[in-house]
Write a protein that binds this ligand. Structure first.
Ligand code: ADP
Ligand code: AMP
Length: 221
């Protein structure tokens, strides 16, 4: 079963995707990480996406949908982290899933909007892997250093208060309608987790969801 992580910036989607990737062998597809890699490498996609990302706006649907088409060429169950973010993206994903004969369940990270600014302004990121930490809620072993590689952590340019406000408004306007898209009685594809809980308690809820589908834990390959 493929998982679609739905929820506002800072809800904890990336944190949980990394944990499930390690423990259950999922592949995390983070559109934000892919876009940031393209920006760093100065690819045509990166050059086109950068202005939107810097201002906290969404990158146009056609660019994102083309990018995701390529991602589905690989086998194996995925966690979609940060995609879809608009109704046209969700429709394109449904079409892609149909073509690939795959199923997906959407998991809503339900969180109080008031905690998000604190989570995002305190977030520290390892750029190459997309691993994140939080200076208070999930600190690295040494401040500013990635636990795994020893490389320096960065604070994302769009994790400053002014851009966060814009990103949360964009979420409410363009992405929150996906809750109704997935929560329709006809196909019952939405499960909600309490994302205000501490990180390990959120993981427990997610394990309940995926183990209901007959997944078993295994070590990463
Ligand atoms: P998203 O991918 O949804 O934007 P992240 O997973 O990057 O969010 O989490 C945002 C920040 O909040 C990170 O610094 C992360 O360490 C921290 N965080 C994630 N989950 C929780 C949680 N349940 N409680 C407190 N802090 C959290
Ligand atoms: P994220 O890492 O998920 O917080 O995404 C960072 C930024 O990348 C967003 O603010 C958008 O500009 C862009 N982005 C990521 N995913 C998408 C998407 N599915 N559709 C449009 N823009 C996206």
């Amino acid at each position: 079963m493929n998982l679609i992580f739905l929820g506002p910036p800072g809800a904890g989607k990336g944190t949980q995707a990394k944990i499930l990737e390690e423990r259950f062998g999922y592949r995390q597809i983070s559109t934000g990480d892919i876009l940031r890699r393209n920006v760093r490498e100065g690819t045509p996609l990166g050059l086109e996406a950068k202005g939107y990302m810097d201002s906290g706006a969404l990158v146009p649907d056609d660019l994102i949908i083309r990018m995701m088409d390529a991602e589905f060429e690989h086998a194996g169950d995925v966690i979609l982290d940060g995609f879809p973010r608009t109704v046209p993206q969700a429709q394109a994903l449904d079409e892609l899933l149909r073509r690939k004969r795959r199923a997906a369940v959407a998991i809503l990270f339900d969180v109080d909007m008031n905690v998000l600014t604190d989570r995002l302004t305190g977030r520290w990121t390892h750029a190459a892997s997309g691993r994140t930490y939080h200076e208070r809620f999930a600190p690295p072993k040494s401040a500013g250093i990635d636990d795994v590689t020893g490389e320096p952590l960065i604070q994302r340019d769009d994790d400053k208060e002014e851009t966060i406000r814009k990103r949360l408004a964009v979420y409410e306007e363009q992405t929150a309608p996906l809750i109704a898209y997935y929560d329709n009685p006809a196909d019952a594809r939405l499960v909600t987790v309490d994302a205000l809980a501490p990180i390990d308690a959120v993981t427990k809820q997610l394990i309940d969801v995926v183990s209901g589908d007959g997944f078993s834990e295994h070590a990463p390959a």
